[in-house]
Design a protein around this ligand. Structure first.
Ligand SMILES: [Cu+2]
Length: 664
């Protein structure tokens, strides 16, 4: 055998082992998360065995911390200090979060996947299910041991959090009567409520999934390896959600969402029609509810004081640290610091003084139905990242915080012509294909909503729900370059008119801008065309693989020793705007949007090569954010005179129409 053949054969062996290993890991994670409220079934022999016999503290060499985290958690459990099973879990509850993070700590210290697996199986049977699921999602997201594992869609792991109670009840009936069922899920509320017109956006399970995964990728409690531009990403991901929500509102003849005011009633109520698996119904809030102080969380006075301290910092141009020294924020990095401060995250330079405006606001809003705990109500939808966007108050809250961020951005000096122009490239034309949207049905598996025993057969139970999608589209950017070079291309849209059909001035339009894509490409000298498709977008991800498919394909791969068929897709991360919602709905007659393409030097790129993916709103895991410029560039700062932008050869702006097609 020639040496090349030997090497080739070895490579095949290595690849197969890697493939087998990935399939095995995937199978373990699937099984850990499947039927989370039932005990591990005997069919999952290795997990069941580990749950019964593994001793997490027995061997110091299994954990990089010598088993300290594992022993600590075991001690907490033996002391009966941890939250019981069959109880709701909220990340905003301090003690419950601490417990979930104890498990995260154990898993992130595992030296190998066997330890990860056995520890997880052991604690699954002893900890609260909500804490367990959260810990597994976060650990899989951040552990190098589970790099290629695809997390199942959370809406199929804990369907109660995403599905109306009516549907869950029907699912139980289906199982009781052993009759398979597929039920239509309506959006919450009725047409008497004008907010109903945009419920398809706030209640979209893809949006909920993106939002909850964003907060798992960038947890506010994160104290591990430094995450690049985490505070700025907090601003940008939520700013984009806000801008997109407003574009959906305009598509439905509603005015942009108004911000929340602590001293005025919360205009829109919300009836979630959703129940916890354990813990009763999510509380309902009527319209025009005045804010109440929430016992044990915050007084409204505290919220107003926190806000004014942050606004003072913006006006002063610096944050005061705990030791009295100053952190300047009147520069490009200011937004990153402010994001940490407003959320607040562990990165906040002075949480004791600037508080945690965002986190506290979520809790305060979630508890308005029972602010003094008189009725023992469980947390509201605002107290979970996976349910928060359903409540119209979520967008009011984020508009409020977005306006605080804007106050800071508006203080920075406007970009100069020198900063904006890029002499090498002239954009001559951009032709954009048809932009159209439509509603389609989407099916969600409800198997995990139901209890299982080894004696009652499972039946197939699904819900189908209407969701917005768009026709795939492409656009061609015609350019002329003086010399060959790598360039940065930024593509965005913004509504052209307000709800009264008055044209938005450039400063309103720029803040309402929606990032469709940012990418890097090598261009030759002379004339050329950059072709780009909606599916290439670096802000969006395709649909999650459904949990039953994930289980089926993984089990097949494990049984046959083959690699996972979905491993090459971009599915490993759950963070990313749903590709389906890349475009706002638009209107039947076509809604006008600015469609802007801005090209600058490739030197804006941090990395030599960036794979297409979801970095726009979610960064690159474990790496630096790929774009050196501020998020939102070149429209993130005040524009004193629009002629500055009109004269740029490297910026092309035109009007396009987005059509909503009914009945496709
Ligand atoms: Cu959020």
């Amino acid at each position: 055998m020639k040496w090349t053949a030997v090497v080739a054969a070895l490579l095949v062996v290595v690849a197969t082992v890697a493939a087998d290993e990935d399939a095995h890991k995937q199978q373990v994670i699937n099984r850990l998360l499947n039927r989370i409220t039932s005990p591990i079934p005997s069919a999952y022999a290795e997990l069941k065995n580990a749950a019964e016999t593994y001793d997490p503290g027995h061997d110091d060499s299994h954990y990089t911390d010598g088993g300290e985290a594992a022993r600590h958690l075991v001690q907490e459990i033996n002391d009966h200090r941890v939250l019981e099973q069959h109880h709701w879990f909220s990340l905003f509850n301090t003690r419950q979060r601490e417990e979930a993070l104890m498990l995260v700590d154990v898993l992130l210290h595992a030296v190998d996947f066997d330890t990860f697996e056995h520890s997880a199986a052991f604690f699954r049977e002893k900890m609260n299910e909500g804490e367990f699921v959260y810990a597994i999602y976060v650990a899989v997201t951040h552990s190098p041991l589970t790099d290629h594992v695809v997390l199942p869609p959370l809406y199929e792991v804990t369907p109660h959090m995403f599905t109306n109670s009516e549907i869950i009840n029907k699912a139980y009936t289906a199982k009781m009567t052993q009759t398979p069922g597929d039920f239509h899920m309506e959006f919450t509320g009725t047409n008497k409520n004008e907010e109903q017109r945009v419920a398809y956006f706030g209640e979209d399970i893809g949006i909920n999934s993106h939002h909850v995964h964003w907060h798992m990728d960038f947890p506010f409690w994160w104290n591990g390896e430094h995450i690049d531009r985490k505070g700025e990403l907090f601003f940008w991901a939520h700013h984009q959600l806000t801008a997109r929500f407003d574009a959906e509102r305009l598509s439905n003849y509603l005015s942009p969402v108004d911000e929340l005011h602590w001293d005025r009633p919360i205009k829109d109520g919300f009836a979630p029609h959703t129940s916890y698996k354990f813990g009763g119904e999510f509380p309902t809030r009527p319209d025009n509810k005045a804010f109440d102080d929430v016992d044990g969380v915050a007084r409204m006075r505290d919220m107003i004081i926190t806000e004014s301290r942050i606004r003072d910092a913006i006006a002063h141009g610096y944050i005061e640290k705990e030791d009295g020294t100053h952190v300047n924020i009147d520069d490009v990095h200011g937004i990153d610091v402010l994001g940490d401060v407003i959320e607040s995250s562990v990165y906040s330079p002075n949480a004791a003084y600037y508080g945690a405006l965002h986190n506290q606001a979520h809790r305060v809003l979630g508890a308005q139905a029972d602010p003094h705990g008189k009725f023992n109500m469980p947390p509201g939808v605002m107290e979970h990242f996976e349910t928060a966007t359903r409540d119209p108050a979520f967008f009011r809250l984020h508009k409020y915080m977005d306006n605080i961020f804007k106050e800071h951005k508006d203080k920075l000096h406007p970009y100069t012509k020198e900063e904006l122009q890029y002499a090498n490239v002239q954009i001559t034309e951009v032709d954009v294909g048809e932009l159209s949207t439509y509603f389609e049905d989407f099916s969600v598996d409800l198997g995990n909503a139901l209890d299982t025993t080894e004696t009652v057969e499972d039946v197939k139970v699904t819900a189908h729900v209407s969701r917005l999608n768009h026709k795939a589209f492409t656009y061609n950017i015609h350019i002329n370059a003086n010399h060959a070079e790598k360039v940065t291309v930024r593509v965005l849209i913004a509504p052209k008119y307000d709800e009264n059909h008055v044209p938005l001035d450039i400063n309103h339009a720029r803040w309402a801008g929606i990032e469709l894509d940012t990418f890097w490409v090598d261009v030759p000298a002379g004339d050329s065309v950059i072709e780009r498709s909606s599916s290439d977008s670096n802000v969006a991800i395709s649909d999650r693989i459904s949990f039953p498919t994930l289980i089926h394909d993984t089990d097949e791969a494990v049984a046959s020793g083959s690699s996972l068929s979905f491993a090459t897709d971009h599915h490993a991360r759950g963070c990313g705007h749903p590709q389906r919602l890349l475009l706002p709905k638009g209107t039947t007659n076509g809604m006008d949007f600015h469609f802007d393409v801005y090209i600058s030097s490739g030197e804006d790129s941090v990395h030599d090569h960036v794979e297409d993916g979801n970095h726009g709103y979610c960064g690159m895991h474990g790496q630096k954010y790929p774009d050196k410029k501020p998020m939102g560039f070149p429209y993130d700062r005040h524009i004193p005179d629009r002629r500055l932008y009109d004269g740029l050869k490297n910026l092309h702006t035109q009007t396009v129409k987005i059509f909503f097609r009914e009945g496709i």
